[in-house]
Structure formats: C-alpha cells, structure tokens
Write a protein that binds this ligand. Structure first.
Ligand code: SF4
Length: 428
C-alpha cells in the first residue's frame, strides 16, 4: 500500500518564518456563521443582541428564511440602551420571555453578542445563566460573541461550538467526535467512510438536536473538519478529549491523510483502508484532474479571511499544480494547521493577521493569476485586472471529502476560465 499518504517529516512550511502584521482588516464578522449554523441545529434559535446593522447583515445574507419560521433574530439595542439609560438586561429578559412563549419548539437558545453589546459591556454570560435557571430543563441558554471587533467570520462558528462543550454530559465511552458544521450530505459521506472501516461510535458536534446523545470525556478522541475551531479545540482538551492532528479533508490527498490519521488511531489495517477508500479516491483524482486543467502553472495569492487558507494552498499547490505566492491567514495555530504546513512546500510568504494596505501593495506587485480574498477587496482588485475568488464561497459550498474534491478545484478554476472567455470575446 505504498501510495497511502504518510505525513512528510521535513521540507514543509511548519518552521518557516511568518510575517505578522496588525492593522486595518477587511473581513466579515462572526454573525455570518449563524447562516449555516441554524441549518445544522434544528431546534436552536440564535438571538443577536445588536444594532440595526446586525439585523440587516442577517436579513440580507439569509433572506431565504423569510419563507419559513426563522430560527434567528435580532434584539435591537436602541439609543437609550447604548447610552445606558435603560436596563438592557431587563429588556433582554422581556424579549426572551416573548420569544420562548411564542416558539415552544426552541430547545437551545444562543444569545449572540455583537459590536454594540460589547461596547456597552452587556454581560450575556450572566444573562444566559439566569435564563438557563429559569427555563431549564426545556430550554438550554448559551451565549457567544459574533462581534466584528475581534473576530473573523468563521470565528462565529468556533465561538458557538466552544460555548456548547462545557455543558456536554461526561462519558467514559471510547468514541470519535467529528467537530465542525458540514452540509448534511458531506457529513454523511465522512461518517459512512469511517463506519465502513469499523470505526465507531462516531458522533458529530454540532448535533442536530439538543437531546442528542452527544457527550465528552477522557476516552473521546476528536478530529476537526474545519481549521478555524481553535477555541473549540481548547475546550474539548479541557474536558479531557484528545485531538487527532491531521491535514484537513480538502482534495483527494487531504481527505486520505485525514482518514488515515483517524484509521491509525483506531487500528484499522491497510487492506481495510484501501478497500474503503480506493474507489472514491480514484473518482476524486479524476475529477480534480479534469477541473484543474486551467489552474496548472498559475499563481495564487491568499488574503486572510476564512482561515481555510493554509489547507487550500496545500491542495492547490500539490493537487492542482498552482504556485502559491502568499498564504495569509487570520491566525496560524500550529497545533491545528501544523500537518497542512508540513505538506505545503517552502516558497510562499506565510503571513498572519493583516495590514490590508501593505498586503494590497504586495499583491499588486506580484500580479497573481488568482487572488482569494473577501468581498470588500474583490471588486477593486477585479477593476485592476486581477482575477479573484471570494473566500466566503468556500465556507458556503460543500467542498470537503472525496466526492466534492472536483467541485473544490472547479471553484478556483471558474474565475480563470471566465477571464479567458472574456479575453476571447474582446479579441473576436
Ligand atoms: S456584529 Fe459588528 S460588524 Fe457585525 S453586523 Fe453587527 S455591528 Fe456590524
């Protein structure tokens, strides 16, 4: 089984110098995570304690919810709250009373902090404790921050999952916990591959319902499916669970390496591993080969945004033939992203944090074939003739594991193909 990937021990970027910059940033705030989290947790409600701006962000980003009974809303902080003239805690109690009286289907209520609630130092953890006492056992009330003051947009999911870990029941059962909110179809593929290898029980955080059998303890091992879950990782370790460090399951190689690390932990033999993975690996390789034709030999520059940048740079350089010029990430947590750094060949600038003007200067000087960045930077860069890919699309689109590997390559090749077609049109 010589082609089963083992992690390289040297030659990667783990110990390369990191350019650290702090300055103006261009990112969405953590409220964005509510848009995919509310789909995963079917009996949860996300109550943002924020401004009209926060309400607009949620409404416009998740507008489809107007056709259904929404599972998120905004308690608007008025000027009197912001000026300290009203007791915001009392106001919040009233809003929650009304909400829970009307929506008896809610089993988990998340009080979500925002920039305004942080500015006036509204203590949402105290509010959550008070409400948990009042509404237990039918409703569990937790809190986390989605504020744009300190977060990048994927940190909203991290903060939400981290808030759930301390209240999970204790277990002594040996189990695998998959951590990260994935589209259902993708999650099912992952669980199916693992169970076909005889690994189990496999549980997933977040669970679809509050009354699931999710628990944690010293016999729990966990694998992250998203690289932005640093706080959740820390909370799980605090509960005694052990992390299986692995490259992230993007592309054929990343997926195989991720599965391999879990399989090794559970003592799966090579023959079983090969039997379960051979066919989907072959499909993934074929799909990537087709989708990456226009990526081969092209350069890519990552602005820090989704925190997926390092695993994606690894995928694009190793499996799609691209050359990375700069790989920027909001945070570089080597305990989580180290195995991907090991597999990323030395050469690109690794940068952490952002001073956006300086980074734009570097990008303009390098003239990459493709720039991966947030929405705010994409239009100006396109106007300057640079092809861009919106980082947020990578979080909204199913891109993990074997069956999505071709789609992942396709997300990057589409803007390049579109530019080629436009140029052909201009010449014609
Ligand atoms: S949390 Fe802050 S950044 Fe996000 S929408 Fe509200 S005010 Fe804007």
């Amino acid at each position: 089984m010589n082609d089963l990937p083992r992690l390289p021990t040297s030659g990667g970027c783990r110990d390369e110098p990191i350019l650290k910059q702090r300055g103006q940033r261009e990112v969405f705030c953590g409220l964005t995570g509510i848009i995919w989290l509310h789909r995963k947790m079917q009996d949860a409600f996300f109550l943002v304690i924020g401004s009209r701006t926060c309400a607009h962000l949620l409404q416009s980003a998740a507008g489809v919810m107007i056709f259904a009974e929404p599972r998120f809303g905004t308690a608007i902080l008025e000027e009197t709250d912001l000026a300290g003239l009203a007791d915001a805690q009392t106001e919040l109690d009233k809003v929650v009373d009304q909400l829970l009286a009307r929506r008896t289907d809610i089993r988990q209520l998340f009080l979500v902090g925002s920039c305004p609630s942080e500015v006036i130092k509204l203590d949402l953890s105290r509010a959550a404790e008070r409400m948990t006492e009042k509404y237990a056992p039918s409703v569990r009330v937790l809190n986390f921050s989605g504020s744009g003051i300190e977060t990048t947009f994927t940190q909203g999911e991290d903060a939400c999952l981290a808030s759930m870990v301390p209240v999970l029941p204790e277990t002594n059962e040996r189990q695998l916990l998959l951590v990260g909110a994935l589209p259902d179809v993708v999650e099912e593929q992952a669980v199916s591959l693992l169970t076909q290898m005889g690994i189990g029980p496999v549980r997933v955080l977040p669970a679809p319902r509050a009354d699931s059998d999710l628990s944690v303890g010293t016999e729990t091992v966990f694998a992250l499916t998203q690289p932005f879950l640093g706080d959740t990782h820390a909370e799980l370790e605090r509960r005694g669970a052990r992390h299986i460090a692995a490259p992230f399951p993007f592309g054929e190689e990343g997926t195989t390496a991720w599965l391999r690390m879990i399989a090794d932990e559970f003592g799966v033999d090579d023959a079983t591993f090969e039997r379960v993975t051979a066919a989907p690996r072959a499909r993934a390789r074929k799909a990537i080969a087709q989708a990456s034709v226009s990526l081969r030999g092209k350069s890519v520059f990552f602005f820090p945004d989704s925190q997926l940048e390092i695993p994606l740079a690894r995928f694009l350089t190793r499996e799609c033939g691209m050359q990375a010029i700069e790989v920027g990430a909001p945070f570089i947590h080597k305990g989580i992203i180290g195995p991907d750094l090991d597999m990323l060949a030395q050469g690109p600038v690794l940068s952490e944090g952002q001073d956006v003007d300086l980074q734009l200067d570097r990008c303009r000087a390098a003239r990459p074939d493709l720039t991966v960045c947030g929405l705010g930077l994409a239009n100006p860069l396109e106007a300057e003739g640079l092809s861009t890919k919106w980082a947020i699309e990578l979080v909204f689109t199913p891109v993990h594991f074997y069956e999505q590997a071709g789609d992942l390559a396709g997300l990057f090749s589409r803007p390049l193909r579109r530019d080629d077609l436009l140029q052909l049109g201009v010449r014609a």
